[in-house]
Design a protein around this ligand. Sequence first.
Ligand code: C2O
Ligand code: CU
Length: 470
Amino acid sequence: MLLDRRDMLKYMSAGAVFLAAPFSLKIAQADSNFIKIIAAPVKKSLVGEGGPLSDLWLYNQESPGPEIRVKRGEEVLVRLVNELEDPTTIHWHGVRIDNKMDGVPGLTQKAVMPGESFDYKFIAPDAGTFYYHSHNKTWSQVARGLYGALIVEEESEVFDKEHDLTLVIDDWRIGRDGKLDLASLGSMTDWSHAGRLGNLLTVNSKNVPTYKLNANEYYRLRLVNVANARIFEIDPNRFDAKILAYDGQSIGKSEKLQYSPLLLGPGQRVDLLVKPKLGNDFSLEELSVGEPFAFANFEIIGKEQEKELPSAPSLPFNNISEPDLENAKLFPLRMSGGAMRPVGEIYYQGKKLEGDDFMRTGQVWAFNGVANLPEEPFFTVKQGETVIIETLNDTNFIHAMHVHGFHFRIIERSFSDIDVSNMWRDTFLIGADQSVKIAFVADNPGKWLYHCHMLEHAAAGMITWFEVVA
Ligand code: C2O
Ligand code: CU
């Protein structure tokens, strides 16, 4: 059952108020140096205190899971304990990680079975806003709440904790009973259309929270879109915010967005800089639902007079190798399938899908004619080579394409050049009939995924892998 997007208003009420100072960050408990992250079922209300209890799956009973904070270059030590009835793993989204720690069952590790645990141990090479999430039956496990923020701090502090807010944004699908709608998990309609769209927007699991900010001080707002499939449309110019970083990577300055709205696809992050003025309370608004819909409010408190301000802060660059476009290897990828277009030839596990094969296998999308992970990689390159992937979206839907283990530059986009610039990304949006070229240096050996981050699309075929050999 697909609910009207406007239904998301239904459960919205006056939200809780959070004081900006001190902004309480929940730091995960260290246990013999390892941070213990327990994935387990929890009953919790998503619609405010006293509301009907949903069957969630959470990390350490919290939604979002505990915020993990390390400094750039530090080692992350996490012990994942699986108390679910399903196998699971953790993927560290956007981290240019040691391949063994990338958390992809069947490709980089064995799934962690119920009752078992797995130690993740890796260096976080880039400062920025990242997140972690389940990567097994991701469409279901993430929809139930298995995600949390991973914040890698700059070596020398740019914003102190009071001026650094992580805003994990989700849209849950709530049934008429006010509980998380589990019956529609795996719905073929979602899988073959725009993915599982929710009807309840939350920020850090709160319905329309209010944050108090001091006037005339700089704040960093880290927006993380953990939704299964929703692309948020926001306009930073409506509250005078500037861009500091995309997908965890600094742009080296703070910049006013030259267009509107900013699309924040599933898996994407953006870091905003605000310096609010007294009397200018503002909201984060979702613009894709018709009338702007405020899902977080910011109340500006403090004194009238303008203080002497330091110049606008910006974030240092991380150290990513620049692609060598002259000597790059080009790999074309054609996306096909889905509803509202002739499905064409799709092969799944070596067999051409026909008739009710689609319903039976759940496979309805393909990359280069193949649904889901092929046995052979999409391509193999040597470590250090520059890769260009030219993706053509021959479907009727927009998609959010994510590369594991690398950040890339968008070097070409048909019909539009708004994001063809010097930003680094790990996830890009691609519209129907659009073609986009991305480039990166394959400097990290291993087996890496390339998939749509609309989690239903990935499950229904939009996923492949490539190999970088040392
Ligand atoms: Cu955030 Cu393969 O995903
Ligand atoms: Cu998609």
